[in-house]
Design a protein around this ligand. Structure first.
Ligand code: HAX
Length: 443
């Protein structure tokens, strides 16, 4: 048993017993009530999920096992001469609840490097698809093609005890995470770099290896990739990609099937695809205005036009957050620390100008609950700065990072014995009757 698995088991075993006892003794205590509006409007604000890895506070933003993003950027182990955390560390933290040491992070990186071989048929499958296929579709299909490797599925078929589910989920999740950078880079090189592929370098950390296999050797790109992979890793359990992975996994679909489903959700423009949409929106604005840096007045007019056309302003708003996303702020900080000293970047400057102009306009509509930027408002501009201009690919990078959170959660789901998820539903006729009976009781 590898050391991380041993550590996980030491945490999970007593917690599974505690949860069982808690349900038995306190299971009938109430957590809250919900309204008809919440049922019609995406169940927002209804606490209906257990997620151990992170917690989102509307006013403060995300905390991973209690640590904010600025704290993690300071406390998590870094690569030699690096300034940004190694994403291996955030996975370790999410899985065990403990900040890892440098040695533990190195050990985990080596563990993933040993698991990183992607079966040939995955590449063959990708090669058979039309070149016009969106990178997120390719990514999801590649994960599905890798499902042949699922130790969970093959063990389940042979017959395994419920108490061992977590072990197979752990193995699948670790293998999947280890292989995703290779898969993502293959998609990138196939689609945009003449199908000329770059072999992994086992000496590099997980995020730096992804940059290397995509064809970017500069230290700053590796630094960006480490931060990007850390800040996108998790956003508690209710977002579409996390919730979908959890839901599909609850049917004991193996981690490959569950994660691919989550990625299909991430590929939606109101979720992860927003990072590509932001860049398309900014480039279109620049084109319409004849290029160069727009004025704030021009940006304001363009935002109003977007709203008048009944479209959303991508990168703004959030279902839970009610302030500027700390993941956006981490990227602003990256821009000021590592890019501005070498010269300002036009796109990053536009991102900043939109930030100054958009919130009052969005607030002025009177209906948008959160007028502030989310993570996707900034990420594309940083990637563009370093020459990664193929914006259709951006959500794949988000997906590679998101694997860390949703798969750590999936291992916990199996360790705690969470059952199949099956909320109830109601018809509109049922709601009409409910309203009538409440009104009658009041009269
Ligand atoms: N631009 C225009 N209208 C917006 C808006 C925006 N950025 N954000 C919300 N609205 C609108 C909604 O479409 C809704 O309109 P209707 O009443 O006409 O249906 C109204 O304002 C109320 O919505 P809300 O309650 O404030 O927001 P929701 O919780 O329903 O939706 C979204 C949250 C993130 C989907 C939404 O803010 C949005 O569409 N933003 C733009 C897309 C985006 O940036 N998505 C990425 C979110 C972060 C993420 O998941 N990253 O992966």
């Amino acid at each position: 048993m590898d050391s991380l698995k041993e550590k996980f088991l030491a945490k999970a075993k007593p917690m599974a017993a505690e949860v069982k006892a808690m349900i038995k003794e306190h299971g009938d205590k109430k957590l809250g009530e919900y309204t008809i509006a919440q049922v019609y409007q995406g169940m927002k604000g209804i606490t209906g999920l257990i997620t151990e890895t992170s917690k989102l506070d509307p006013e403060e933003g995300i905390r991973f096992r209690g640590y904010s993003i600025p704290e993690l950027r300071e406390k998590l182990p870094k690569a030699p001469k690096g300034t940004e955390p190694l994403p291996e560390g955030i996975f370790y933290l999410m899985l065990t609840g403990e900040l890892p040491t440098q040695a533990e992070v190195l050990d985990l990186g080596n563990n993933w490097a040993r698991r990183a071989i992607v079966p040939k048929h995955v590449f063959d499958t990708l090669d058979k698809l039309p070149s016009s296929t969106h990178p997120m579709t390719l990514f999801s299909i590649a994960v599905m093609a890798m499902q042949t490797e699922s130790v969970f599925a093959s063990a389940y078929r042979k017959g395994i005890s419920k108490k061992d589910y977590w072990d197979y989920a752990y193995e699948d999740s670790m293998n999947l995470i280890a292989r995703l950078p290779r898969v993502a880079a293959y998609i990138y090189r196939k689609k945009y770099k003449n199908n000329e592929h770059i072999e992994p370098d086992p000496k590099l950390d997980w995020a730096a290896n992804l940059a290397h296999m995509m064809g970017y050797e500069e230290f700053d790109v590796k630094r960006l990739m480490r931060m990007y992979m850390t800040i996108h890793a998790d956003h508690e359990g209710g977002n579409v990609s996390a919730h979908t992975t959890h839901l599909v996994g609850s049917a004991l679909s193996d981690p490959y099937l569950a994660f691919a489903s989550g990625m299909n959700g991430l590929a939606g423009p109101l979720h992860g695809l927003a990072n590509q949409e932001v860049i398309i929106w900014i480039l279109e604005m620049r084109k319409q205005l004849g290029g160069g840096l727009p004025t704030k007045e021009q940006i304001a007019d363009y935002i109003k036009k977007t709203l008048e056309e009944g479209r959303v302003v991508p990168g703004y708003g959030h279902a839970v957050l009610r302030k500027t996303d700390p993941r956006f702020e981490a990227q602003q900080d990256f821009y000021s620390r590592y890019i501005i000293p070498n010269g300002k970047d036009d796109l990053c400057e536009i991102v900043q100008m939109v930030y100054e102009v958009a919130p009052p306009i969005l607030e002025g509509t009177g209906k948008i609950k959160n007028p502030w930027p989310n993570v996707d408002a900034h990420s594309g501009a940083l990637l563009m700065h370093f020459g990664i201009t193929e914006f259709d690919f951006y959500t794949v990078l988000f997906g590679v990072s998101r694997s860390l959170g949703v798969l750590a959660s999936l291992i916990w789901d199996r360790a705690l014995g969470h059952p199949i998820e099956r909320p109830g539903s109601i018809t509109t006729e049922g709601i009409r009757k409910k309203i009538a009976s409440i009104e009658k009781a009041k009269a």
